[in-house]
Design a protein around this ligand. Structure first.
Ligand SMILES: NC(=O)c1ccc[n+]([C@@H]2O[C@H](COP(=O)([O-])OP(=O)(O)OC[C@H]3O[C@@H](n4cnc5c(N)ncnc54)[C@H](O)[C@@H]3O)[C@@H](O)[C@H]2O)c1
Length: 383
């Protein structure tokens, strides 16, 4: 059986630890690897990489991982695959180093803070020919898999619009510790909700509807002062909310208006932390991370506006659950398994550095749109 050695950089961080090590690579290792098309298996061997030897040693012991190191360069040299979930501003250097040595790469998003750097990385991928996967986790979530199935089955008729609502209250850190790292709220450290979320929204819109053509955004820093991991007060220099409108064109040439609110300063009155509603001429659906509910034209009630009467219909009860019809595992793990199969087969992974560059582009143009107060066309990226 082939064993792929994976250098996992940034594994002490929130995403690197929870989603990639604990929910993806360790379960893959413990299930005996990934089965390939010909029935053979490929196993994974993680190497924990970071700056803090004590933390790495503790994690390695806790999860029965044999190898760990604080020497990133040596880890890259010895690896088959280099994974990166460290802070965004450090990513281009790590990924470039790995690809230049012919290593396959799997990485968190965004791939870079600037479009120029993201395109440079995509170019390097094209010249080195290594297999690169960039986290597009939302597309592997049960709710969005079901939503995409409705699109594929023509359930919606002509799709008119998409409305997304993402967010929750992130505590300021004074009375209760914040549940996100403080760098997320500092522009100088690569933070900001637009940079963080618009790269997700780009591949979600592409994966569900089609190509994103324009962006109009209004960003805000609603909470100007926060408290960091050490309890020190700091000024939030980055945006903590972004209200975006996107023109999207479907492969069939239909124009769809998409609107997505992203906020770390909003309280949840929804069923899930992110929800997308798609409306079409023949039907509508609301998808979250796990669930998806749909309403066909034939089941659509006919409310009449009358503010003098109480609500006349049980609107939420009039939707039908869309079943999974499959065992949909953790989204990060599913993408890792697909990526590992691509590496062994020597073929490209469908969500690569070019797709990631379009995500960085949407974030960059979103910030520009907000700063200039205007709608911005999105040019096609060529390598
Ligand atoms: N796919 C998703 O849904 C998702 C969600 C959140 C974050 N992310 C991305 O994951 C990445 C990590 O985010 P996080 O929330 O886990 O952050 P985090 O602060 O919890 O982790 C950051 C990691 O980087 C390491 N690090 C920090 N400074 C470093 C330095 N100077 N040199 C080397 N390593 C350093 C830290 O030790 C830690 O391991 C970011 O790029 C973020 O955009 C993705």
């Amino acid at each position: 059986m082939t064993t792929l050695r994976i250098a996992m950089n940034g594994v002490t961080g929130r995403m690197g630890y929870r989603q990639h090590l604990v929910r993806s690579i360790l379960p893959i290792r413990d299930q005996g690897g990934v089965t390939l098309a010909d029935g053979s298996r490929v196993q994974v061997e993680p190497v924990l990489v970071g700056r803090n030897a004590d933390k790495l040693k503790e994690l390695a012991a806790k999860h029965d991982v044999e190898h760990w190191t604080t020497d990133v360069d040596a880890a890259i040299k010895d690896a088959d695959i280099v994974f990166d979930a460290a802070m965004t501003n450090l990513r281009p250097a790590t990924l470039s180093k790995a690809m230049q040595q012919g290593k396959h790469v799997f990485t968190e998003k965004p791939t870079a803070e600037t479009l120029a750097e993201a395109i440079e990385l995509a170019r390097l991928q094209a010249t080195t020919g290594v297999t690169v996967g960039v986290v597009h986790d939302k597309l592997y979530l049960p709710g969005l898999v079901k939503l995409r199935r409705l699109v594929d089955e023509g359930f919606f008729g002509r799709i008119l619009s998409l409305r997304g609502e993402f967010g929750y209250w992130v505590f300021e850190g004074d009375s209760q510790p914040a549940q996100r790292p403080s760098w997320n709220y500092r522009t100088e450290d690569g933070g900001g909700i637009t940079t963080d979320m618009f790269c997700h929204w780009n591949y979600v819109l592409e994966g569900i509807l089609g190509q994103v053509k324009t962006v109009t955004a209004r960003t805000a820093t609603h909470i100007p002062t926060r408290w960091d991991e050490q309890g020190r007060e700091y000024t939030a220099t980055a945006d903590d909310a972004a209200y975006g409108i996107f023109d999207v064109t479907t492969p069939g040439g239909d124009d769809v208006v998409a609107q997505i609110n992203s906020s770390w300063a909003v309280r949840v009155f929804r069923d899930e932390l992110v929800e997308f509603q798609v409306d079409g001429t023949h039907g509508s659906a609301v998808a979250g991370l796990r669930e998806c509910r749909a309403q066909h034209r034939a089941h659509t009630p006919k409310p009449v506006w009358n503010p003098d009467l109480p609500v006349t219909e049980p609107f939420r009860d009039q939707w039908l659950d869309v079943p999974a019809n499959a065992d949909l595992d953790n989204g990060f793990k599913l993408q890792w398994e697909e990526f590992l199969r691509d590496v062994v087969a020597g073929r490209p992974h469908r969500y690569d550095l070019l797709s990631a560059a379009r995500g960085v582009q949407l974030a960059e143009l979103g910030l520009q749109s907000s700063a200039e107060g205007r709608r911005i066309d999105i040019p096609e990226i060529t390598l």
